[in-house]
Design a protein around this ligand. Structure first.
Ligand code: ATP
Ligand code: MG
Length: 231
């Protein structure tokens, strides 16, 4: 289980997260919602080891790992699909995946061959420069690149932003296949109804605090909207 316990995070003097406690179990899809600046990306980056936080604030299978670097978290099975994708612009699709796979020697179901089998649309363009593809294809590359490290926990920050409905569906289809194989998915999604539809549980952040959480299927959308906007 990946969990935070009273997690605070700062950018210099600015405090962005205040006592955030969440948990994600293997095989779950958990959504993180909240308005702009609520702290969603900050929480994802803290979990992925990209921000300095207190050691006891993040636990992975009961080991305190807060503040460990990104490569440490990747080696333990926590991979981030970052906001804005951040593909390696000068590399082909295949090399984007290869770099990730070689950065981490975790074993598991994913390698170049199984990724291209699962994503035939990417296999067709594997030798093309990753950033020359459509937004939807680039997003699939970004998710595949994280999967290439064989994570137990896949953190996805705004994976549907700016994509066509068909492309959004393709990304979520992939995430559900991943979770069915036992990998936990924690996703940030701007579209609240989509977030609730794609997840089993959710947390709503407002101004750096968890203000609402629960089971997605039973969520009262008005209550979530209220928590989301804080009005
Ligand atoms: N690199 C940074 N330096 C300083 N402050 C930052 C930095 N990144 C984020 N912040 C601030 O931290 C707070 C939380 O930002 P964060 O990016 O986590 O929000 P978010 O929920 O992901 O928002 P969005 O929906 O716009 O992506 C905001 O007040 C933001 O201005
Ligand atoms: Mg963000």
């Amino acid at each position: 289980m990946l969990r935070t316990e009273q997690l605070d995070a700062h950018y210099g003097l600015l405090q962005a997260l205040f006592g955030v406690s969440i948990e994600v179990q293997r095989g779950e899809v958990v959504a993180l919602v909240g308005s702009n600046g609520a702290g969603k990306t900050t929480l994802m980056r803290a979990l992925a080891g990209a921000l300095p936080v207190e050691r006891q604030a993040i636990h992975l299978d009961n080991n305190a790992v807060g503040g460990d670097p990104e490569c440490g978290q990747l080696a333990r099975g926590v991979a981030l699909v970052p906001e804005g994708r951040r593909l390696f612009a000068d590399l082909s699709v295949e090399d984007n995946l290869r770099v990730a796979a070689e950065s981490c020697d975790r074993s598991g179901p994913w390698n170049l061959s199984t990724l291209f089998d699962a994503l035939p649309a990417l296999a067709d363009v594997r030798r093309r420069n990753a950033t020359a593809l459509s937004g939807g294809q680039q997003q699939l590359v970004a998710v595949a690149r994280a999967l290439a490290t064989n994570p137990d926990y896949l953190l996805c920050d705004e994976v549907s932003l700016g994509l066509s409905p068909v492309a959004v569906q393709a990304v979520y289809d992939l995430l559900h296949r991943v979770s069915a194989n036992g990998t936990a998915v924690l996703l940030v999604e701007q579209n609240v109804s989509r977030a609730l539809a794609e997840s089993s549980r959710f947390y709503c952040l407002q101004k750096g605090r968890v203000v609402l959480s629960g089971t997605s299927r039973h969520a009262d959308t008005q209550q979530v909207a209220h928590a989301y906007f804080g009005s």
